[in-house]
Design a protein around this ligand. Structure first.
Ligand SMILES: C[S@@+](CC[C@H](N)C(=O)[O-])C[C@H]1O[C@@H](n2cnc3c(N)ncnc32)[C@H](O)[C@@H]1O
Length: 386
């Protein structure tokens, strides 16, 4: 990291720093495969809490795959594609759930993992060694050469796309730089500084996001993030599928909340050893760096790249529509199981819908290339007669 900064002249835009800190093949947190996901790792995600998350999502995925199966030409492949699979837990548990619940569909399907970091892909290969249907790793560009009809999942991956940090200096927006400071006897220090005024192509969304005209409620020094990586990612994702839905699940806020004057330092956090800090420079390459999504920015980038919006929900509501309450209730009907594991499973299910944590995640669904029914996770839960 320091060598790269020296080679770049001692300072780079924050987005470049974030890219290196996450993706450098030797020193990046994901590139090296150093980060561990799960309750015993650096941070916890919904799929890393156990197989319940995938089991609840599986009927939605199966319904989409059935719709694709009904429309696709016979010679076109059918795929479940996951971008940013982390430890591979969601892909592995979903493949298992599909093979058990929808074996005919699973027999026609392949699993494709899109993972740019060799260190993470190595662990995914181990986790998916017993995958019940064909499984391969490919980039969006490779998929685009013979795009399958498929369902694309992006669980907590868009929050890892490098963001641009911008700072108001009282007169104009500036792009923050990470600067290397050499201090005699104290080694190298990194500092965030307001850099060049924002270039016109980066400044374009400011008005839509309510950041122009300037408001006196945002004093000099107020900073936030922009998401220039969203549109390229969504464009590449669109070309990787012949047709099918995209489900983005992530931390996300409406623009009015994201860019509210009182949120004076954006949403960027660094995670390591289950601790979160707002200082992204503390342990470059050792910590996850993550910023929330802005819902309007995702919607706009999706529309510009050919995705039609299917709808959105908070995770708590989505999982209740998919049967989480029934699953909780069914736990009580399992007297043969030991109490400790029952309680742990119950706790994990409740964490998925906790409105102050994972339950506030957003599910944003998009589609391209064929008509699809209203997603199951947006429908009212079906009531079973007493
Ligand atoms: C926060 S982890 C999420 C892992 C998993 N989806 C989960 O929720 O447990 C982010 C994952 O996305 C990968 N990743 C980062 N940037 C990516 C990109 N541009 N395309 C695809 N994967 C990416 C990382 O290597 C890592 O596997």
């Amino acid at each position: 990291m320091l060598q790269r900064l020296v080679a770049a002249g001692g300072s780079v835009p924050f987005s470049t720093f974030m890219d290196w800190a996450l993706h450098d093949p030797d020193h990046g947190a994901y590139g090296s495969g150093r980060l561990r996901i799960g309750p015993d790792g650096d941070f916890t995600t919904a799929p890393s809490l156990g197989a319940d998350f995938a089991a609840l999502l599986a009927p939605q995925i199966a319904e989409w795959l059935q719709e694709l199966q009904a429309h696709r030409p016979a010679d076109q492949p059918l795929a479940l594609v996951e971008s940013g699979p982390g430890e591979g837990s969601l892909a592995a548990d979903l493949a298992e759930a599909l093979a058990v619940g929808w074996p005919d569909l699973a027999a026609r399907c392949e699993l494709v993992l899109v993972e740019p970091n060799a260190g993470m892909a190595a662990r995914q290969r181990q986790r998916l060694a017993g995958c019940p249907f064909p499984c391969r790793w490919a980039s969006f560009a490779q998929l685009a050469k013979a795009p399958p009809w498929g369902v694309l999942l992006a669980h907590e991956v868009l929050d890892a796309l490098p963001v641009e940090r911008i700072q108001w200096d009282g007169q104009r927006w500036r792009r923050q730089q990470v600067v290397l400071l050499e201090q005699a006897g104290a080694g190298a220090l990194l500092r965030l500084e307001p850099g060049e005024p924002l270039a016109p192509e980066l400044a374009a969304p400011l008005e839509d996001l309510g950041l122009l005209p300037p408001s006196p409620q945002r004093p000099a020094g107020w900073c936030t993030e922009l998401h220039p990586g969203l549109e390229p990612w969504l464009a590449a994702a669109a070309s990787a599928l012949a047709a099918g839905p995209l489900l983005v699940i992530d931390y996300a806020l409406e623009a009015w909340r994201y860019y509210a004057p009182q949120r004076s330092c954006g949403t960027l956090l660094a995670y390591r050893g289950q601790q979160a800090t707002a200082d992204p420079l503390l342990a470059p390459g050792e910590a996850d760096l993550t910023a929330h999504l802005c819902i309007e920015s995702v919607m706009r980038a999706a529309g510009a790249t050919g995705w039609e919006a299917l709808g959105q929900a908070r995770q708590g509501a989505a999982l209740l529509a998919l049967g989480l309450a029934e699953r909780l209730h069914a736990l009580q009907q399992q007297p043969a199981r030991d109490l400790a594991s029952l309680l742990a499973q119950r706790e994990a299910l409740l964490r998925l819908v906790d409105p102050h944590a994972l339950g506030d995640f957003r599910w944003l669904a998009f589609n391209r290339g064929l008509p699809l029914a209203r997603p199951r996770f947006l429908r009212e839960p079906e009531l079973t007669p007493p």
